[in-house]
Design a protein. Sequence first.
Length: 350
Amino acid sequence: MQEEKTFKQLLKESLKSADTEEWLDVHFTRPIGLWFALIWKRLGVHPNTITILSMFLGIGAAFMFYHTGFWYNVGGILLLMFANFCDSTDGQLARMTGQKTFVGRVLDGFAGDVWFFSIYAALCLRMMPQALSTSFYFDSPTWGIWIWVLAFLAGILSHSPQAMLADYYRQIHLFFLKGKSESEFDTSAQQRAIYDSLPEKGAFWPRAFHYNYANYCKRQEKATPRFQNFYAALIEHYPDIDQMPEDLRQRFLAGSRPLMPYANILSFNTRAICLYVTCLFNCPWVYFLLEISVFNMIYVYMHKHHEHLSLRLMEEINHPSESSEPSEPQVSPETLENSDVSTPSDHDAD
C-alpha cells in the first residue's frame, strides 16, 4: 500500500520552482489553496467546479468594488482573495486526483480575464460620477467617459501585454530549468498544427481554443523577436532540446533568473495589493495610473534585458569560438628565461 504523503510533501510538489514562485504564494496562497484542495478532494468536487466558482467570486468582488463604502471594499478584497485561492486550488486538486482536462485548461485561462474585466468595468462605473479633483476652491468636473479611456489604457494596452509577457518569460524559464513536461511553453506553430488536425465537425470548442491559443502564442512571439531567433538557432543546432549543452542552459538561466521577480510583480499579487489599497482610499484611478506608468516601466525593463540575453546567446550559438579547447598561453623565450617556473629541461637535468 502506497504511503500517504504529508501536507508538507504535497505543498513542496505543488511549487513549480524557487525561481518563479513569489514569497506570498509560497507562504500564503499555496498552503491555503492546498488545504482547500484536500477538503474538495474528500467531498469529491471536480477541479472545473472550483474554477467556475472562482469566476463568480471575481464577479462578486467587482460588485463590491463598485461601491465606495469601506466595508464593501473589504468584502471585495476578501472575495478576490478567495477567487485567487480557488485558482491555486483547482490546479492542485487536478494533479492530486488525475482530473486534468482540456475544458479545465480553457476555464483556467479564462477565469483571470473574467475577474479583471468585471473589476475594471465596475471601477469605471464607480468613478464616472466622481469629481476629478477634491479641491474645495472650485467645482471640478466628473470623470465621466474619461475614466473608461484611462481604464482602456491601463487594461487593454498595459495590463494585458504585461501579464502576457510575464507568463511567457516564466514558462520559458521553467522550460530551460525543468524541460517541456514541467512548463507550459508552447509555440503558435504547435497550436496551429493541433487546430488543423481537428475535425471541422464535432470539435467546435477544441478548435476554438487552439485557434485562439495559437493567436495568443503568436502575440507572445511577435513581442519577443530576439528570443524567437535564439530559440530557432537552438533548435537548428540541437533538434533534441535535451541535448543542449549544460553550460548554455545554465547561462540562459543565470540571465533569466534575475528577471523572474519582475515577471512576478506583473502577475497577480502586486497588482492586487495596489488595487486593494486604492479602492480602500477611494482613488481607483491611481491604480490605473500605476498600470500605465510604474508597471509599464517594469515591463520595458524586463523585456529589454530578456531580449538582450537572447541576442547574446544566439550570437554564441551562431558564431562559436574556433576551438572549444582553451588555447595555451604564448610565452616568449625571454619570459621563460627570467621566470622562476621550472621547465621540462630543468627536470631532465636533475
